[in-house]
Design a protein around this ligand. Structure first.
Ligand SMILES: NC(=O)c1ccc[n+]([C@@H]2O[C@H](COP(=O)([O-])OP(=O)(O)OC[C@H]3O[C@@H](n4cnc5c(N)ncnc54)[C@H](OP(=O)(O)O)[C@@H]3O)[C@@H](O)[C@H]2O)c1
Length: 257
């Protein structure tokens, strides 16, 4: 069963992130604290409405391009969760700058830098900043079991970033997006190995949500954000240490890095 006491989701104002927050509320045992992070809380109308109805939702400001906003939110999360720490960090926020600018000729220095700044640097800084709180949650339990609810970092990845599975590209390339997502995959692979070598029981798994109807996935996507989020949590509930450091679709199929 997936029943964490506290969960943080980035990019929670729309798309898959908003679906994740809604699905967290529908779990048999919903978290006591749902930290729903977005760039501009005052503009996140739907999320604010949901938070007004559900006091477990705390809307916080996190812009991946602004490390100070990440640190400020970590302080609020720490004050809220105290000695229990943060059970689950979900790195969902991400940017694909222009769906239709996907070829080599479309690469610009600005597009490359801003995409890496959010998807790679920002996500790395999220993990770095919140790790002490996730570690605190892990250390609450004496045994050495990995558990999807005890202490976990889930990152919403993309199969398009697979370096070894390039044949599926079929004429669409999205260089800057795929490069930045491949780089964060590498960071997470290294980080998982380091955690394992240090005997830290923090489960880290990359998750591919499928093709979802969002601004990134476009209206042609096959799943609604709620359907993707539901499938994601159903799969997360089955995770064990055998999944640590790997990359899966929400149907449980392993994706090649
Ligand atoms: N949709 C798919 O088919 C699909 C497939 C594979 C992977 N994914 C991944 O799923 C995740 C969610 O994407 P989505 O499909 O839900 O797309 P989306 O609707 O465009 O949502 C993207 C979210 O990320 C936030 N974001 C973007 N840049 C940010 C920044 N600098 N700091 C903080 N938040 C930022 C956006 O906030 P604003 O509203 O402020 O812009 C928004 O909340 C992404 O990591 C994406 O790569 C999606």
């Amino acid at each position: 069963m997936f029943a964490p006491r506290s969960v943080l989701v980035t990019g929670a104002n729309r798309g898959i992130g908003f679906g994740l927050v809604r699905q967290l509320l529908s779990l048999p045992s919903p978290p006591k604290y749902i930290f729903a992070c977005c760039r501009v809380p005052e503009d996140a109308e739907e999320l604010q409405k949901l938070a007004d109805l559900n006091p477990s939702i705390k809307v916080l400001k996190i812009d991946l391009l602004d490390t100070a906003s990440i640190k400020a939110s970590a302080e609020i999360v720490e004050e809220t969760v105290g000695d229990d720490g943060l059970n689950v960090l979900i790195n969902n926020a991400g940017t694909l700058q222009d769906t239709y600018a996907h070829r080599f000729d479309d690469i610009t220095e600005e597009r490359l830098k801003s995409t890496f700044a959010a998807n790679t640097v920002g996500t790395t800084m999220m993990i770095k900043t919140f790790l002490p709180l996730v570690r605190r949650a892990s250390n609450q339990i004496a045994d050495d079991k990995f558990d999807s609810s005890r202490a976990a970092i889930y990152t919403i990845a993309s199969k398009w970033s697979s370096v070894s599975d390039i044949e599926q590209r079929l004429g669409f390339y999205w260089y800057t997006y795929c490069m930045s997502k491949a780089a964060i995959n590498m960071m997470i692979r290294l980080f998982c190995q380091e955690l394992r070598c240090n005997n830290e029981n923090i489960l880290c798994v990359n998750l591919e949500p499928g093709w979802v109807k969002t601004r990134i996935g476009t209206s042609a996507g096959l799943l609604t954000p709620d359907e993707a989020a539901k499938a994601l949590f159903e799969f997360v509930a089955t995770l064990t240490d055998a999944h640590h450091g790997c990359f899966y679709t929400c149907e449980g199929n392993e994706c090649p890095f």
